[in-house]
Ligand binder design. Sequence first.
Ligand code: ADP
Ligand code: MG
Length: 714
Amino acid sequence: MTARQAAISAIATHRVAKTQDYLKDAGAVIYGSYVFNEGAQQKYLAKPIYRKLRQTIDGLGPLDPEIVDAVAHGVKEWALAHGATHYTHWFVPMTGSTAEKHDSFLTPTGDGQTIAAFSGQNLLQGEPDASSFPSGGLRATFEARGYTGWDVTSPIFLQVEPNGVTMTIPTAYVSFTGEALDFKIPLLRSQEALGVQALRVLRWFDNTTAERVITNIGPEQEYFLIDRRLAEQRPDLLLTGRTLFGAPSPKGQELEDQYFGPIRERILAFMMDLDRELWRLGIPAKTRHNEVAPAQFEMAPVYEATSVGSDHNMIVMSHMRRLASQHGLMLLIHEKPFAGINGSGKHNNWSMATDGGENLLDPGNDPHANAQFLAFLVAVIRAVNVHADLLRAAIADAGNDHRLGANEAPPAIVSIFLGEQLEDVIAQLEQGPAAASKKGGELRLGATSLPVLAKDATDRNRTSPFAFTGNKFEFRAVGSSAPIYWPQTVLNTAVADSLKQLADELDKLDHGDFVSLTTILSTIIKANKQVLFEGNGYSEAWHAEAARRHLPNNRTTVDALPALTTTTAKALFSSFGVLSERELASRVEINWERYVKIQDIEASTAMDIASTMILPATARYLGQLAGASSSRGISAVSERVSGLADALVDRIAALERAQHAAHKARSVQAEAKAFATEVIPAQEALRAVVDELETLVADDLWPLPKYREMLFQY
Ligand code: ADP
Ligand code: MG
């Protein structure tokens, strides 16, 4: 039996293990039990300390240095009561994953004993040796110092492992010179920038009660799960997260029988474990279902404040990975693990709200008459139009390049879908005051036993990268593996820019002068309406139409990243204090480097597999064919395989040459370009030969688990 066959027969006898006591561990009981949440804070902190801490958490003032020691003591007692032995400052450097270094609470007392100690300073500030995190040229590698600072807004939580517990403190991460080296700092800065401008607009509308405007995020997360025993036989999956080779399965997603289909026992067991684990961590996991592609799934949480929701999405991804292993599965969170079937994205549902809970993107029943809503809506439209290229750049990376623009994901052209109702209101407003709003209605199903359904005023559009969905926008083009901080940072900053422009205009008007407001909004609509598109974003016609409208269409990362280096981009990020020019430049540099590294790893992995797995299998098969009868059919196959073997060797060599040439480029941008235009096509050409061989070489000789196995056997 080959390793592939052994894995498949093991899958057939796989039984789901019971790991949860679901009667005891009801969601309401376990929710937040691993989090230093309000309940825990009240229990472990004296009342005045608790109150002051909440003020800071709610964004109403800086942290009072006087209370830090007391908070540290309280949170330590809480953690110890839960069995914690260590604490860590947890942060999100620009590697795309999270980072943590653990310290134990243990402190020797000099008499041969120890106590558990944790000071305010331990809570506030950490200093990881940071030399190996990407800094995009902000520092030389020998300049190692970096600091982490406690992000009070994101709750402290426990990482509970079978063998111990670590108290985990979400932090922000800066260099010795004070420059942001993480995803968190610019997000928080962009949040504040947007908040300031949004409040100015609200004040014009005589809202005097709101003290803050925040943004909310609800990221829907798509992912694949496949059996680990199969995945482990694929070096490409292990090293690059996607299959670099693989002939299409005769059955893929064409029957559409996976989408929302019944969830297999083994997957549901994973999902149930995941939900409970997330609930314990105070992450409001809400929705779970099968997605379009075979072996593809989705989870969505209830929305939260953006900084918290972004941290939570990192935790979701890492828990998915860990739990998948425990279930004998492998999580594939790459944007395109399998060619020819759908890839995975993240749909970032985004809205702005006051601290009082008013959703500024809620149109209400009569959007045409809701001037405040229209002002915010128009500001978002302008932001997305003016800064479309930046939003595109914010979601650009090697993985997402496989997805954007393909017939399954939003195109690389950034446009806005408003839906019938708002499209109509905006069209009216362009001409003058809007007079009416189209209404939803009722749906009668033709059988008296069935209920009358409420019909929304607007249908959905899943081909739009930025779609209005009722009372929020859905940024649908984000990659499944991406930390969501950066796209949200760019969006917040772009919207802050629009709100500022609007507030500057409003400052010149009397409050309540809705006639002049209408004129202002109408002018903004006229200047930005080219970004509105209600049709099919997948169609060729849209590409032509978008070109006619002069909308940017940056198809790849290499095309998209330069937008971040324009004068406009620099001025935008620095004027709102989100990123200095140096910080922005370092981020762009990291993006280029990351792109090159990913393509380089993929090319090397492809050559390795082709040379050491595919070529030997092909040679063995040719040997078998040569030893078989000299029938006409066998000779014909042999000749074909032999020709492909020649092509295989040639294309491995061609890929190696292309990779070598790319390495000689003078700048990282030139290298990235060489990878995009020379190496990727060479790798694709190699893939074509390998995939054809897969359809010819004897199944028992083929070394890689096949699509039909990975996608359907789990
Ligand atoms: P829909 O089906 O309209 O996309 P769902 O209820 O499925 O809406 O929500 C999808 C995601 O959007 C969830 O994470 C949800 O919590 C989030 N969401 C809902 N309302 C808002 C809002 N006002 N702001 C941000 N996210 C929201
Ligand atoms: Mg949705």
